[in-house]
Design a protein around this ligand. Structure first.
Ligand SMILES: NC(=O)c1ccc[n+]([C@@H]2O[C@H](COP(=O)([O-])OP(=O)(O)OC[C@H]3O[C@@H](n4cnc5c(N)ncnc54)[C@H](OP(=O)(O)O)[C@@H]3O)[C@@H](O)[C@H]2O)c1
Length: 212
């Protein structure tokens, strides 16, 4: 596939770039500066682009098979930038006539029990709440975009650099936790889950939880 990867310079994004490239896909990786560290492959091109600019997204997405995102609000932006980016990505994809999107979402909107979302639990850390709620608002943008074949793939509650084991589980709309109740996934295994979904399209129009 020829994939436009937004947020390729991020912690999760550059791992998704490497997972895509290892599987033989061609990747154009976007960051605001046009610099992407940690990715070195003849099938990779780094380009500059602002993901809040729908026209720029349209220019970059035109003719490609899919758009992938590991976008997150940077420290110099408010968390609402995530919603502006979601709107611009949908608008830009429509303009370009590209209809497949896989988005790195947040775990906050996943259910821990019927009717109870992770973000609404007492244990959810206060400092993560604004970005978790912005990620849920971004999900609402996609929910209204039936013409886009989007998949919203969320990490476990905790995601960190770690091992690439190839093992993971998924659940539609639910937080994935182990038998001790811990919800974790390494960034490397999340990248596998993300690219598996991009290739398979098994979870189109789905909020997918991932974890061990
Ligand atoms: N447990 C969870 O639910 C959980 C945990 C961690 C992360 N996440 C989510 O996963 C996503 C990625 O996380 P991360 O830790 O990899 O983030 P990160 O390292 O901060 O990377 C964010 C990426 O977004 C890009 N970006 C930001 N604003 C942009 C703009 N206006 N135009 C173009 N690119 C822009 C950055 O590029 P430049 O700054 O280089 O331009 C960077 O590549 C986030 O949405 C985050 O909320 C969820």
């Amino acid at each position: 596939m020829d994939v436009l990867l937004l947020g390729a310079s991020g912690r999760i994004g550059h791992r998704i770039a490497n997972e895509l490239l290892d599987r033989g896909h061609a990747v154009t990786g976007v960051s605001r500066s046009g610099e992407v560290d940690g990715v070195d492959d003849p099938d990779f091109e780094a380009v500059a682009g602002d993901a809040t600019d729908a026209d720029r997204i349209a220019d970059l997405a035109a003719g490609r098979d899919a758009v992938a995102s590991a976008l997150g609000p940077s420290e110099d932006e408010t968390v609402d930038a995530l919603v502006s980016m979601a709107e611009a990505v949908v608008g830009g994809m429509r303009e370009a006539g590209v209809d497949r999107l896989v988005w790195t979402g947040g775990a906050g909107g996943l259910e821990v029990a019927p009717g109870t979302r992770l973000v609404d639990t007492e244990e959810f850390p206060d400092e993560w709440e604004p970005v978790a709620r912005a990620a849920i608002d971004a999900f609402e943008v996609f929910r209204e975009a039936d013409d886009i074949r989007w998949s919203y793939v969320a990490p476990a509650a905790l995601i960190e650099p770690g091992e690439r084991t190839g093992e993971y589980r998924t659940a539609e709309g639910e937080l994935v936790a182990d038998e001790d109740g811990d919800s974790y996934i390494s960034m490397e295994d999340f990248a596998i889950a993300f690219v598996d979904e991009l290739e398979s399209g098994d979870a189109v129009h789905t909020y997918l939880g991932t974890g061990y």
